[in-house]
Design a protein around this ligand. Structure first.
Ligand code: GSH
Length: 219
């Protein structure tokens, strides 16, 4: 059986979880937290920075959420792949996956990491810089999503695996302005998708620990 290390609150674990659920691939979940020190020790050994998700399939270890999703496409499940086989279509899928990771998840993570520091150790530049980046991303994504249902090739795929958690948390921590109707509608479509509903439900007991929870609302 496939094993996946992660934590139910973690966006990059959700990314893989959504692909697993979309493609009905069975797996064993290994929780990484203070109460499961063996799992934390294992990923410290397996992943370059001890980050999750990590997938273990027999002797094969795959790290990095996007690489794990592509590994699943090739080796597990019979449903349509999250990255299309057509190489030109795959470019758009990977482009949008990278945009949600780097320009939505990354600035949001910067704000989260700043919020969990001791108040006197907070970086005064972190929030304004992260928010300026999110402003640009929201504006560009709203234009990109106008007239589209899904972000790449108009097919649910790896871009949505990234966008689901990225936009769920980003809008909660730094709300998407109302004028960005196309981006807000896209987020609503993502949050109604059964695989993403399931990831959110599994995270529910931990959502109270989201460090930016008082800055907006999750829905
Ligand atoms: N580029 C990595 C990012 C992984 C990542 O940032 N993981 C976070 C959880 S969402 C993590 O492990 N955080 C705990 C830590 O850094 O100790 C990927 O795509 O998998």
């Amino acid at each position: 059986m496939l094993r996946v290390y992660g934590h139910p609150l973690a966006s990059f674990y959700w990314k893989v979880l959504i692909a697993l659920y979309e493609r009905s691939v069975p797996f064993d979940f290994l929780m990484v937290d203070g109460e499961h020190s063996k799992n934390a020790e294992a990923i410290a050994r397996l992943a370059p920075t001890g980050q999750f998700p990590v997938l273990v399939d027999g002797d094969r270890v795959v790290v990095e959420s996007a690489a794990i999703i592509e590994y699943l496409d090739l080796n597990h499940g019979t449903a349509a792949p999250m990255v299309p086989a057509d190489r030109n279509a795959a470019i758009e899928a990977r482009q949008m996956d990278g945009i949600f990771d780097d320009y939505v998840s990354a600035p949001l993570t910067r704000m989260v990491l700043n919020a969990i520091r001791q108040p006197d150790k907070r970086d005064p530049h972190a929030d304004p810089e992260a928010q300026a980046l999110l402003d640009k991303s929201y504006s560009w994504l709203d234009r990109w999503m106008t007239g589209r249902t899904w972000a790449a090739n108009d097919t649910f795929g790896i871009a949505e695996c990234a966008a689901g958690p990225a936009l769920f948390y980003a809008h909660w921590g730094y709300p998407i302005p109302e004028e960005y109707a196309a981006l807000r509608a896209y987020r609503a479509r993502l949050l109604a998708r059964p695989s993403i509903v399931r990831a959110i439900e599994e995270a529910r007991p931990w959502l109270q620990y989201f460090p930016l929870k008082d800055r907006g609302t999750p829905h």
